[in-house]
Write a protein that binds this ligand. Sequence first.
Ligand code: WT7
Length: 632
Amino acid sequence: MSFQIKSFQEYKDNYKKSIENPESFWEEIANNFVWKKKWNNVLSWDFSKPEIKWFEGATLNITENCLDRHLETRGDKTAILWEPNDPKEGVIKLTYKELHSKVCAFANVLKNNGVKKGDRVCIYLPMIPELAIATLACARIGAIHSIVFAGFSATALASRINDAQCNVVITSDGSYRGNKTIDLKGIVDDALESTPSIQTSIVYKRTGAAIEMKANRDVWWHEELEKVNDQCEAEEMNAEDMLFILYTSGSTGKPKGMVHTCGGYMVYTAYSFKNVFQYEENDVYWCTADIGWITGHSYILYGPLANGATTIMFEGVPTYPDGGRFWEVVEKHKVNQFYTAPTAIRALEKQPIELVNKYNLSSLKVLGSVGEPINAEAWHWYDDNIGKNNAPIADTWWQTETGGIMISSLAGVTPQKPTFATLPLPGIQPVLMDAEGKEIETTEAEGRLAIKFPWPSIARSVYGDHQRYKDTYFSAYENKYFTGDGALRNKEGQYRITGRVDDVIIVSGHNLGTAPIEDVINEHDKVVESAIVGFPHDIKGNALYAYVILHDGVEGNDTLRLEINSQIADSIGPIAKLDKIQFVSGLPKTRSGKIMRRILRKVAAGEHKSLGDISTLLNPEVVDEIINGVLV
Ligand code: WT7
């Protein structure tokens, strides 16, 4: 595709054009794709409604762009290279031809099971090739996929299925993660107790565990495949038809089902993939994320496949069989672009350096980072030991809601700077907002990060709750998308993301809202009230610290801590478990009854000497108690 930017000057020219004339800029890029019908209008938008439409009137199927169109020129090229959890199990290489055939066959399985265009299909699978196949099969027939990360609990799965009213769920008998085997089907069975919309579950045999197949509901993937052929016409989709729903936590209540649509999402993920990672035809690209998160959707599947790339899917964890696994895989498959998260870098940094040095990493040309701000130490460790100061690092800032990378260097093409995501991609117009809600005009500044113009892969809504979409993203500032992040900008115009400014905490790169976790804690019958804050953690970036008020006469002890954490693991998933639980008699509140989280954050971080003025509190006396009881 002819949209690769190859020099800093070219970036500047493209950026300028994308701001001065966004429609013709994106139209030229969109012309690189296969459309069944071209658009009547490139863009119409109104952030006050909010309503955003890209490539209106156009029709396409994203799988034709990710699969069919490569068949002639890249049919025998590896599309997906699968690396299993256990290195002794063989790798699987699916060529574009094979992947196409498997996707079409499974699309027919979906049809046979009653799935129609517009239906929602929940996918709850481990990182096996069938996850990619099932996802693309949905897109093939115009069904909307809702992938739920297979580490989420039954309760979390059920609430996502119910929110989207899915009628089919796709899962496996079990999954492997390091030396653990997980009973995925059991989790799904629990979830399906309370999901009346589900009619069918399709089960892939991965572990061979003895599971129960419920009559008239559960069918085996391999048996269903025997009933179909591998010919399946791609459904003609409007550019603005829904492609998928993906849930992200919010600062309040239930998770938000972010809605992404077909045309703009395809154009932007493909464009950003090519330019950020500077992918060349014979490169092997590896993103270590799970497809259950947006990173996997956009930069394991759609972006790479739209570019005809070879993309690695890794089933395992960074520390199994040992802490050298990532580097072993890099050597084994001669990985050229490697994209991971700061939390993984920090964890691997703690391993003996021989686990890095024993492998040949000379294939690496580009390194990427995503999920949270990368601290200077981790950045330099990555640069020195993995890239050998010879592979540029793209620190990519973006969100589930943005669909694709927004602020990042283009590896080796635009300047990089440790701890700075640096410059916006062409088409992206970031602004910093001050405390009064005004756009800051000076270049060097610090403020809240907003975006003032639409880009093709912006989420279009929160599924079933457009008002929430408006309230969350378009109400803080008039006519701007608010990111929830704070940032500073240096005199070169480069951005450094400083972290969330709302009640979302990024733990190990996972986005966790405090309110849903507090709700779970408060459900415990010994608990009156709770408040969660983040505190700095060596590996996770942030970890969760809970202040919990118990009923009179109840003793706060480790048994209760375990109970609270297992309740959280059951309701949300192990990723939301608390690192520290401090039992307190009260929480610092303002006179209007609002918890002063600022104080709780400082105490948890060990910064109680700089609390500032607390005299306006309703109950300043609890602050001393909290400081004295702080868990270190
Ligand atoms: C939040 C979005 C986008 C894929 C993974 C997370 C934080 C993400 C960076 C980065 C600083 C980052 C932000 C953002 N974040 N990447 N390179 N530097 N912060 O997606 O779960 O939707 O979380 O992750 O706070 O708002 P997500």
